[in-house]
Design a protein around this ligand. Sequence first.
Ligand SMILES: Cc1cc2nc3c(=O)[nH]c(=O)nc-3n(C[C@H](O)[C@H](O)[C@H](O)COP(=O)(O)OP(=O)(O)OC[C@H]3O[C@@H](n4cnc5c(N)ncnc54)[C@H](O)[C@@H]3O)c2cc1C
Length: 520
Amino acid sequence: MHSQHFTTEPSANDTTGRDLTVGDVPALGSQTSGADRAPLMVDVIIAGCGPTGAMLAAELRLHDVRVLVLEKETEPKSFVRIVGLHVRSLELMAMRGLLERLLPHGRRRPAGGFFAAIAKPAPKDLDSAYAYLLGIPQPVVERLLEEHAVELGAQVRRGRAVTGLEQDDEGVTVELADGERLRARYLVGCDGGRSTVRKLLGVGFPGEPSRTETLMGEMEADAPQEEIAAKVAELREIHPFWLRPFGGGVYSVVVPAGGVGDRAQPPTLEDFRQQLRAVAGTDFGVHSPRWLSRFGDATRLAERYRVGRVLLAGDAAHIHPPIGGQGLNLGVQDAFNLGWKLAAQIRGWAPDTLLDTYQAERRPVAEDVLDNTRAQTELLSAEPGAQAVRRLLTELMDFDEVNRHLIEKITAIGVRYDFGEGPDLLGRRLRDIDVKQGRLYDLLHRGRGLLLDRTARLTAGGWSDRVDHLADPTAALDVPCVLLRPDGHVAWVGDDQQDLDAHLARWFGTPLLKASPAPK
Ligand SMILES: Cc1cc2nc3c(=O)[nH]c(=O)nc-3n(C[C@H](O)[C@H](O)[C@H](O)COP(=O)(O)OP(=O)(O)OC[C@H]3O[C@@H](n4cnc5c(N)ncnc54)[C@H](O)[C@@H]3O)c2cc1C
């Protein structure tokens, strides 16, 4: 069941199995076809219902793609890890109307101070309407994204581990741990850093193994809060170390694992006490742990993001140390990039190369994140040379451009995809701006393209089933018109209809409808 058989792409208009509904997906083993190959039951199977898988399922459902998410665990994750949603992810959430759901569960914090924990405030005029970080428990993000996907019609099955796959020219057959076999046109491995899908594909995952480990847990501490806060402030820049109060004497504790315990075994409370004493000179009287864990700083990137009809996204495609808080953000942004492209492929209007732009655009972004986490790791070393470089960088960050560059990297608002020659805006995401109907991002909730036209004389008529047109001379833009992809990136800038048509065809395929006249 682990072999790879794939030949060509399906015809663009292939709608095999489209008459089946997503609900109550039957077991593949119970079906056969004339060609001894079971019919396709859904369009896309997603392995893994973490943040990446849930986001991707929702994005696909926006385009009416039939999605089944298979999740190994029977219950959602129980341990509460606070993650930071950075500016670009907050923008994505706003683009799909999800930000309002997330905000009540998190705490807004300033956007700056995340590069190697160097305490510099973000430039005041950071280019976003959402220029803050949202600290929020990861299980809450996962729950809300899963709920959103299910509301849109995705089916999630828990306690279903993917163990095998086989692909051919029509689809992918997926085998589950209990032997059940399911079939879809595409499979996406969103199954985390130890991805079974990636291993089954035989895709290499080169990089560096873990060199240092860190203990993380939640527990009570008897020491006074002021004493704990003072020690954390003193040591935070030298060690990956903190005790963050949750209220009621409960703390989230992070401390270097330093060689304690047996790596194969989960850490113990005594490991935490021992390491706190080694780093801070006291164990702060910690007791009554809620949960204890350990994580490493391995850094790896998948050699390919696509093999035929199987794709990889999120931690399945890249892992790196959590410093700077970028992993979940990166995965959700992968899903946002992939969703509309895979949907276009399935709906039959994708230009030939569209699906491959997923790897072409997202792998370099992951490469850059891996590099910035490598750099941050060095800057956190207690070695004298590294400390000297850190002091120098801290001075350099007083220059606005340096500080801005690093913050735009961590928050991902500096990402510019390579769409070829053109103005600086081309390939970048467009910030949320005022338009005549309200806010630009509110117009992107349905995941369609958008022509934002200040000349009010252009048309996207032939593509009106995929692209909306907003003729708005009042839009706060300093260019005449932009064409936005469903992920909010600028696919074209200009004012010429012929040029626009060529770019519409490049990203949205051949026009299906007869062009309607430009709006009056
Ligand atoms: C201490 C720590 C702090 C972090 N802080 C941040 C932060 O502040 N900001 C940030 O952006 N990121 C942070 N991260 C990283 C973030 O947690 C991960 O990048 C994120 O969880 C990746 O999401 P994912 O959906 O790609 O993978 P995962 O969250 O790993 O989800 C994968 C899912 O697939 C399931 N699965 C696995 N195998 C199978 C299979 N064979 N079949 C079916 N299902 C399967 C798993 O059960 C899981 O539910 C942190 C990580 C750590 C360790």
